[in-house]
Each structure stands twice: as structure tokens, then as C-alpha cells.
Design a protein around this ligand. Structure first.
Ligand code: UTP
Length: 494
């Protein structure tokens, strides 16, 4: 479809953003049409609206200062965990498996981030953390889904959110790897939105003379993206696909966690059993200085309080009701959520009125006077992002709409954020944590092994430590092993 210059000019002029066409006349005809296409996909009035909303929310928060909001920990009894109550956990697990078997569960993967800190040229999910098998994060996740489908005797559609920078390479990787053995019909890609990078006074930056500087709109872009009919590129929205398949419950997780219990039936069952609209998985914050956000009530509404937002006194406070001297604010958010589809319907509408978080960044851009590219030394503008937890304030804390489950960090959380060798949240810590967990599964199942022996267990063999009865009372041969099947496991036993 051809887009008319005049129509675009008028729209941008009405929004005070017509400078994006400043170099139009000097462009080749291909460049002109690609610029018009890009501008057509952005709504400049909406950009202005988001800018105003976000700047005003940011100014209010700054003026009030940290600690101005009333902050309270989750009320007693609102955070449960599966390890204090194994019988309950078994019940929740069965309930989760039943929902999967009935075709009521879908998986959402957040994979639209640019992975700047890791510094790999490929999408993060393609990353090989150095396991004996050489498997990528995507493969580990796909195999967990495959195993869970077997355990539940059901089908799990996998909705993968990518962004402009990650879409093509992600799809190509899945094609090349033959969808890791999953049915291609059940793997659906969709793009989150992008927003233009803005000057501090809200003007859109040009990346080149023929393109606007844009960035993904944050992992909270999921809510709008699920409803968008252009996100799949195939004319249907993800939410309509979910409804068509009869999906009622969703499990969302981040691509960068090698321990992610994709589709965790325990969490699903827990949330379903309390008819939750939304669920949040947390791990216990142990050290007051840890840079994690905690789930809490902020001004009487559910929220995640970032570590920069909480006073030292509160972050160090201990829970007087805890026998183990736990922190008062300890429900550390790991960006794993449960949703009922009715909540996604409701929140999609709300998301257009949410204030975005402002990230002040150094934004390379074309100078409007000289036409030269400028690479600033200091932050010169902003990128705007929604976070996945921005919907929590929409859940009523006086009901069980929001279900919070505390899980074991060692079993479920080891994010890959930083470049190799950083020493924390890097490929080496991911590898270490995955192999340590699987060693624990083997030892808990009755195996013994020498220090230095490493065993990687394919998720196709064991999803969360089950199906390892063969190792009971046996010693594992020395070495570094990758085990894909029961037969291979048998061969390792001395
Ligand atoms: P992070 O916020 O850690 O970002 O993402 P990142 O892209 O992985 O890494 P940096 O900050 O650039 O170094 C947490 C999760 O949210 C997803 C990521 O793919 C990851 O699963 N995400 C992040 C999105 O899906 N979209 C976004 O716009 C941002």
C-alpha cells in the first residue's frame, strides 16, 4: 500500500513532530517510501500522549522522593510456597497437569529484549551457556515443553514475543533447528511494539535521514501486543488465537533464565485453585543490598518496588513474625507470571493509559541542522518502557485475584544478563546453576558421584527431577556427560 507524503506530513505536523521529514527531499525514492512506511506505523499523537503521561508520573515520583509512598509487605498468608507443604504442592501440580491435558494452558515467552549487557549478536535465546550438550536456551525451553506435554498428555501452544531486532533471527533459528521437535503449528511468533526514542522535550529522534530511532517498548509491551492484529504479521491477534484454541490460563516467563520451569504445573495449579486473575512467582530475597525488585503493596496497591525506590531502613527491616529472621520485604520478583485470559482482555484496554518508565540514554541521532550523525557522550534523551509488572496495581488486594508463590531460587532462577566472565548472572553462573540443580536431582534420587563429575540431563528425560529412579543406590561414572535418554543414563551407572 502506498502511503501519501501529504497525509503523513499533516499527521506529524498536527502533533508537532514534522521535523522527522526534514531530509525527505534529499532521499532516494526507496528511502522515501521506507521512511513513509515507518512513519505510518507510528502514531505521533499517541507518542506525545505517552510522553506527557510518563514525564508527569516521573516528576511526581521525583518530587515526592524515595520512601514517600506508603510501602507494606504482602499481607500474612498471601505468599505461599510448595516446599513447606508437599501435599498441597502435589495437589496443585495435578491441577496444573489436568488444565494442560484439557488444552486450557498456553505459554508466553518474553524474548523481545536486545540483550545489550550480554553483548551477543544473536537473540539471547540462541545463546549456548556452555553445557556439555551445547544446547541453546531456546532448546532447553522447547524440550521442557515437550516433556510437560508428555507428562500431562496435552498440548501447550507456545507464544513467543519478539521485537523488530529479534524477530527474524529468532524465527530463522527455530526453522534451522526444526522447532526442536515441537509441532510448528503450536509455536506462534509475534512482535511487541516499538516506540521512538525522544529528546528530553519529547521530540522524536531521527536515527538516519531516512529512519526514526526506535526501541522495543519494554516487556510490558506484551499487553498491547497480545491484542494487536499486526503483531503476528498474519492478520490475527494472539489473544484471538488463544481463544480459538480454548486457552484460558497463561504462563509467562523470560528467555534469559536457564532454570525457567516453563509451564510449571505447580504454579498453574496454585493460581487456578485460588481463581487468580494474575499470579507472580517470587524467590526469597536474602540480602538487603541485592538489586532486585520486591512484590509489595505500594499506596495500598500491588506493585513491584525497585531497589532504588525503597529506603535503606525498609530494605534492612526484618519480619518480626519470621522464625528465621527473614527480611520483611523479601518477595523478589523474577518476572514469571500466570494470567487468566479474562485479565489479559481487561488489561489490554488499560495499557494505553499506563505511564511508561523513563530510561535516560545516550541516543545517537541525526542533527537536524547539520544533517550529521551525533554520538553523544552523556544521556541526551529517553527511551520509554512498560514493565510486565505494571499491571499489578490493577489487581484488588482485598481478594485473591493476585496469587503469589515463593519458589526455590536454586531450582528456578539463574538469569543470564551479563557478558562472559562478569562473575554474576553470566553464562558461567547459568551453566554452574543448571548443573548443580541436576546433580541435586540425581543425589536426591539416590545416586552418588565424585566431585568434578558433571551430568547434564535432557529436559526430555526429566522436567523437574522426576523419572530418575534408575540411579537409586548407583554411582555415576566420572566425567562430563550429556544424558538424553534412560538408556544413556543406564550406561553411566557403575
Ligand atoms: P531485560 O530487562 O533483562 O533486558 O529483559 P534484556 O534485553 O534481556 O537485556 P539488556 O537489559 O538489554 O542487557 C528481561 C526479559 O524481558 C524481555 C527480555 O527478552 C527478557 O526475557 N524483554 C525485555 C522483552 O521481551 N522486551 C523488551 O522490550 C525488553
Amino acid at each position: 500500500m502506498t502511503v501519501s507524503y501529504q497525509a503523513i506530513y499533516d499527521r506529524y505536523a498536527a502533533a508537532g513532530q514534522e521535523h522527522v521529514l526534514k531530509f525527505y527531499d534529499s532521499l532516494s525514492s526507496d528511502e522515501q517510501s521506507s521512511l513513509l512506511q515507518q512513519l505510518d506505523s507510528i502514531d505521533p499523537e499517541h507518542v506525545n500522549h505517552i510522553y506527557k503521561l510518563s514525564v508527569s508520573a516521573d516528576a511526581d515520583a521525583r518530587a515526592a522522593g524515595p520512601g514517600a509512598a506508603s510501602v507494606e509487605p504482602p499481607p500474612p498468608g498471601s505468599v505461599n510456597n510448595p516446599y513447606d507443604n508437599p501435599n498441597k504442592a502435589a495437589e496443585w501440580r495435578q491441577q496444573g497437569l489436568d488444565a494442560i491435558q484439557q488444552g486450557k494452558v498456553g505459554i508466553i515467552l518474553l524474548a523481545g529484549g536486545q540483550g545489550t549487557r550480554l553483548g551477543s549478536s544473536e537473540p539471547k535465546g540462541c545463546y549456548d551457556i556452555g553445557l556439555p550438550s551445547g544446547k541453546s536456551l531456546f532448546q532447553l525451553q522447547a524440550e521442557r515443553i515437550a516433556k510437560l506435554q508428555k507428562l500431562a498428555k496435552g498440548t501447550l501452544p507456545w507464544y513467543i514475543m519478539t521485537s523488530g531486532p529479534t524477530r527474524k533471527a529468532t524465527e530463522a533459528f527455530f526453522e534451522k533447528k526444526n522447532y526442536f521437535g515441537l509441532d510448528k503449528q503450536n509455536v506462534v511468533f509475534f512482535n511487541q511494539g516499538v516506540l521512538p526514542a525522544l529528546t528530553n522535550d519529547g521530540k522524536i529522534f531521527l536515527d538516519t535521514k531516512a529512519s526514526v530511532a526506535v526501541a522495543p517498548d519494554g516487556n510490558g509491551g506484551i499487553y498491547a501486543a497480545l491484542r494487536s492484529t499486526s503483531a503476528t504479521g498474519q492478520g490475527f491477534s494472539i489473544i484471538s488465537d488463544m481463544k480459538k484454541r480454548g486457552v484460558q490460563h497463561l504462563y509467562a516467563y523470560c528467555v534469559d533464565n536457564c532454570l525457567a520451569r516453563v509451564g510449571d504445573p505447580v504454579f498453574l495449579g496454585y493460581c487456578i485453585s485460588q481463581s487468580a486473575q494474575c499470579g507472580t512467582k517470587v524467590v526469597k530475597k536474602l540480602d538487603p543490598t541485592e538489586s532486585v525488585g520486591v512484590v509489595a503493596l505500594k499506596d495500598k496497591k500491588w506493585n513491584v518496588i525497585e531497589y532504588s525506590e525503597i529506603s535503606k531502613e525498609l530494605s534492612e527491616a526484618r519480619d518480626p513474625n519470621s522464625n528465621s529472621n527473614d527480611l520483611l520485604f523479601r518477595a523478589a520478583n523474577i518476572a514469571n507470571h500466570f494470567y487468566d485470559i479474562s485479565f489479559l482482555d481487561r488489561i489490554g484496554e488499560e495499557s494505553s493509559s499506563m505511564a511508561y518508565h523513563i530510561a535516560r540514554k545516550k541516543i545517537a541521532h541525526v542533527d537536524l541542522e547539520s544533517g550529521q550523525t551525533v554520538k553523544p557522550e552523556k544521556p541526551n534523551g529517553m527511551k520509554l518502557e512498560l514493565f510486565i509488572f505494571d499491571v499489578l496495581p490493577y489487581l484488588d488486594p482485598s481478594t485473591s485475584e493476585h496469587a503469589i508463590l515463593e519458589v526455590d531460587r536454586k531450582a528456578e532462577f539463574s538469569p543470564l544478563k551479563n557478558a562472559p566472565g562478569t562473575g554474576s548472572d553470566d553464562p558461567q553462573t547459568s551453566r554452574r546453576d543448571l548443573l548443580a540443580l541436576q546433580k541435586k536431582w540425581l543425589v536426591d534420587s539416590g545416586a552418588s558421584m565424585d566431585d568434578g563429575t558433571e551430568v547434564e540431563l535432557s529436559p526430555l528425560l526429566s522436567y523437574a527431577g522426576e523419572d530418575l529412579e534408575a540411579v537409586k543406590g548407583r554411582k555415576i561414572k566420572q566425567g562430563s556427560h550429556n544424558v538424553e535418554s534412560q538408556e544413556q543414563l543406564e550406561q553411566l551407572l557403575a
